[in-house]
Write a protein that binds this ligand. Structure first.
Ligand SMILES: [Zn+2]
Length: 353
């Protein structure tokens, strides 16, 4: 047993690998957050659990659906049948992998209002997101709070990965100043993804995080600069590339010391409606009151026309190409339409306005 009471035999192979041996204690002392539990988060979270990190915060706003099962390895058919929130399903799966990390599922939409609470106490932040608005918000938070985060984007057959280390590297805002307009860039929804590529992205994120743990440990006496690189891979050429990624001289986020930059996304300078615009055919509403999902399920079943999936954590009601997902705290998500009227009509008809 180690001082924290962990049995060591399960980590013996990890400790024998020279690239992990010296930093395994640092990994096991870390409080990690996986932000977004889709394909990328599904690849990251099990590895972090197996490393035996101290705690693992699991953030996602969505429920498991059939279309996730092809590339999101954490989830099962029964998770989809029960319409379990991804954070809950992930915590259930990971608790069977390793009971030592403290698992902290959060079924919430990350926003500038709750990001400080949702990421509080996390020492390493991992990007499992699928939109640039939220990534730029995380980028702001990471610099405001002085937390390293590990960006990854995987679409179709390409990936890019970068460690964003406040005070030591450039950042995402150096690369992307404002979120791309909806439809202007390919997404996993529009262009699909080759699932094993998600594992390669997770590998690079985890390796960079390990290198940061080693680098930060040696900071006291060392004057070495963090090697600030962007990694890319594309399936056509089968080549992994690394490119120097210097700071953009006018970047408002990373050219100032951590905590002293201009954080437009955290401060709400960018309209939050941009966040939903990034999502394309997705609308969200917060009713501001709790919902009794059991009673609503009965009522929607009686009204007919909906395909329902119900768990203690969510209620999904599909009709044609539209899917409404209701959460107990009063959040409603409509997928399949970008018309606010469509969502308002559902609320007026079934939830009493
Ligand atoms: Zn920057």
């Amino acid at each position: 047993m180690d001082p924290a009471g962990r049995p060591q035999e399960r980590y013996a192979r990890l400790a024998r690998y020279s690239g992990l041996a010296d930093i395994l204690p640092a990994w096991q002392a870390s409080a990690c957050a996986v932000i977004g539990l889709g394909g990328l988060g599904s690849a990251l979270a099990p590895q972090l659990a197996r490393l035996g990190v101290r705690s693992l915060r699991l953030l996602d706003r969505d429920i498991v659906s059939q279309e996730n099962l092809g590339h999101q390895q954490l989830y099962t058919e029964s998770d989809a049948a029960l319409a379990l929130p991804k954070a809950i399903a992930a915590a259930q799966a990971l608790s069977a992998v390793n009971s030592q990390p403290k698992l902290q599922p959060r079924v919430e939409e990350l926003s500038r209002h709750n990001i400080r609470t949702l990421l509080d106490g996390c020492t390493l932040l991992f990007d499992g997101l699928d939109n640039y608005y939220t990534r730029l918000l995380v980028n702001d938070y990471a610099h405001a709070a002085g937390r390293p985060w590990f960006y990854a984007g995987v679409v179709s057959g390409e990936l890019s990965v970068r460690a964003v280390i406040p005070g030591h590297s450039g950042c995402l805002r150096c690369l992307v100043d404002v979120p791309p307009a909806p439809g202007s860039i390919p997404t996993c929804s529009s262009a699909g993804v080759f699932p094993p590529l998600l594992q390669l992205a997770a590998l690079l994120q985890l390796e960079l995080a390990g290198r940061w743990l080693r680098f930060s440990d040696g900071q006291a006496g060392g004057a070495a600069a963090w090697p600030d690189l962007i990694f890319g891979f594309d399936m056509q050429s089968l080549r992994l590339r690394s490119l120097p990624a210097p700071r953009r001289p006018d970047c408002p986020v990373c050219t100032a010391p951590p905590g002293e930059g201009r954080y437009d996304f955290l401060d709400g300078v960018f309209d939050e409606r941009a966040a939903s615009a990034c999502d394309g055919l997705r609308q969200q509403l917060q009713l501001g009151r709790a919902l009794n999902l059991g009673r609503l399920a009965e009522m929607l079943a009686a009204s007919g026309g909906f395909e329902l999936r119900h768990s203690p954590f969510s209620l999904s009601a599909a009709r044609g190409s539209l899917r409404y997902t209701l959460f107990p705290e009063g959040r409603i998500v409509l997928e399949g339409s970008d018309s606010p009227q469509e969502l308002n009509r559902f609320v007026d008809t079934y939830l009493g306005g």
